[in-house]
Design a binder for this molecule. Structure first.
Ligand code: GLN
Length: 195
């Protein structure tokens, strides 16, 4: 987990529960040897600024180019995106989507709902939204994994990149983390075969 700011500890707890071995990453050298990376929810402007001051932006882009799975939740989704509809803040800028920050307005600052997500499991996923972003549009090659009832896109995958507007680490449901670990296992096997 990228441990600059936000709720990385909750992600770590969930990963431990399902048998993974999470490590907290703050420096570029620590990216070497990772099987995958989670960028947690928090405040995307803060996470972005810290990525700049810790000189992590380029190394993170390289990690993604190398094929390692990277998952951004909420603020993590924002910093992975290529386009914030004109907002300027430091971004990794790898995920071909346009994201709108704090998209649900004051009334709906935080809410919870169940979302069907067949890729992740038969039963709907319980999703917690906290001052969440939404995906306004996706580029070619971006798969939509989940939408709200009105069609709003809240979960996407583009190859080794996964992004969710909501916080699976805050529910007791580990299926999203298991889905990410499957991405990690698949990539680790491919890397072993080709080396
Ligand atoms: N509103 C936050 C942002 O724009 C994201 C909130 C979250 O990660 N829960 O960065």
């Amino acid at each position: 987990m990228l441990a600059l700011q936000g709720d990385f500890k909750e992600h770590a707890a969930m990963l431990r529960q399902i048998g993974a071995d999470p490590v907290e990453v703050r420096r570029a050298e620590q990216l070497d040897g990772l099987d995958g990376l989670i960028i947690p929810g928090g405040e995307s402007t803060t996470i972005g600024k810290l990525m700049v001051s810790y000189e992590l932006l380029e190394p993170l882009r390289k990690l993604i180019e190398s094929g390692r799975p990277v998952w951004g939740t909420c603020a993590g989704m924002i910093v992975l995106a290529k386009d914030l509809g004109g907002l300027r803040q430091p971004l990794v800028g790898a995920l071909d989507v346009r994201v709108r920050r704090n998209a649900f307005g004051r009334q709906l600052d935080s809410f919870e709902t169940d979302i069907p997500m067949p890729e992740v499991g038969d039963e709907p996923v319980h999703a917690v939204f906290i001052r969440a972003p939404l995906v306004e549009s996706v580029g070619e090659g971006v798969e939509v994994l989940g939408t709200l009832e009105d069609g709003t896109i809240v979960a996407v995958r583009q190859g080794n990149l996964l992004a969710t507007s909501f916080h699976p680490e805050l529910t007791g449901d580990s299926r999203f983390h298991l889905y990410f670990l499957q991405m990690v296992d698949a990539e680790t096997e491919t890397a072993a075969v080709s080396s």
